[in-house]
Write a protein that binds this ligand. Structure first.
Ligand code: TRP
Length: 332
């Protein structure tokens, strides 16, 4: 039997190259080897977008198209919408007994996000947002996933899932699978502004669907070594955001770029032009596939509908096992 992958994206905007190298390329590569479920996490997206449901709704299609664009094949992988699987919500309620408030408050990713969302949560965070790692544990376990390809920032969520699974299994008997995170070897993709994270809400991202003109504009504004002002100033690639992108997109010429920058033999404008061309070239086949689906929204809807049907079946089976173990299997 093939092992199972589950992963997901929040539909709060189009996906960017941080997602691409953090998780999307991995999942596309693994879909032959693993039974793959890709969840569009609309319920989770609402935990910090509850006042903007239109945004979440509109981005479900965008995220679906981004996944299809990177080569997720609907014949091999199951793409589905979280809110259409109420079994996940039921599991969340059961798991909420297995985790303390203090433990949720210690989750470093959630902590950081609450800080970033000070406008939204002011002096008190919602029950739903604080608890989203519990619902993420439900996402993962509902599909009996062995492996979860995610960006580095998601490690604490997988850790919490493991704890919930162990607690469940020790209380009610071996039932749930302990998942493992799969982190890409690219690490975190920095933001254009040098921020350690590229993020939709940080306004520092290059999107998978950005046009060549857009990419050019964005790279032009990207942060470089601020000490390097003239072409022949010696640069410090190790602190340059643009160089960190070269490490991803310009593998073949990396040694040269580094040397020339360090020796003052390359200006930032020329360096950025080279990067721009490489990004555009890399994204070309992905964008061509995306355009195919953009022209066929009905096809994308059908893929989501069929995927959701398959996913629901799997989640129903898991919920049945869980309820049985919890003595909730009435009127058999
Ligand atoms: N929290 C993830 C993110 O922000 C999205 C997500 C929701 C997810 N459910 C998941 C990822 C389950 C992996 C597995 O990117």
């Amino acid at each position: 039997m093939k092992k199972i992958i589950l992963t997901g994206d929040r539909p709060t905007g189009q996906l960017h190259i941080g997602h691409l190298f953090g998780s999307l390329l991995n999942r596309a590569k693994l879909q032959d080897e693993y039974k793959t479920y890709i969840m569009i996490a609309d319920v989770q997206a609402l935990t910090d977008n509850f006042s903007n449901p239109e945004k979440v709704r509109a981005n479900v299609m965008e995220v679906a198209m981004d996944n299809l664009a990177v080569g997720i094949d609907p014949k091999k992988s199951t793409i589905f919408i979280q809110s259409l699987i109420p079994e996940i919500a039921e599991l969340t309620v059961f798991y909420s007994n297995l985790v303390t408030i203090a433990r949720l408050q210690r989750n470093p990713t959630v902590k950081e996000e609450i800080k970033q969302k000070a406008d939204l949560f002011k002096d008190s965070v919602t029950f739903g947002f604080l608890g989203y790692p519990v619902s993420q544990a439900a996402d993962i376990t509902a599909f009996e996933a062995n492996l979860v390809p995610v960006g580095e920032d998601q490690l604490p969520q997988i850790e919490q899932t493991k704890e919930i699974v162990r607690k469940f299994n020790s209380l009610y008997g071996e039932t749930l699978i302990v998942p493992e995170a799969m982190i890409s070897n690219f690490g975190r993709v920095k933001g254009l502004d040098g921020n350690t994270k590229m993020g939709k809400s940080l306004n520092n991202a290059i999107y998978i669907a950005d046009s060549p003109e857009m990419i050019e504009q964005k790279v032009k504004k990207a942060l470089t070594d601020t000490q390097k002002l003239k072409v022949d100033d010696k640069g410090h690639p190790e602190i340059c955001t643009v160089f960190s992108y070269h490490e991803i997109f310009s593998k073949g010429n990396l040694g040269n770029i580094k040397k020339e920058c360090q020796n003052g033999a390359r200006g930032c404008a020329q360096c950025k032009k080279e990067l721009t061309n490489n990004i555009i070239e890399f994204l070309k086949p992905i964008q061509e596939r995306r355009k195919y689906y953009e022209k066929r929204p009905k096809l994308v809807e059908k893929i989501l509908k069929d995927g959701t049907k398959r996913a629901k079946k799997k989640a129903e089976e898991t919920l049945k096992k869980v309820k049985k173990k919890m003595k909730l299997d009435y009127f058999k």
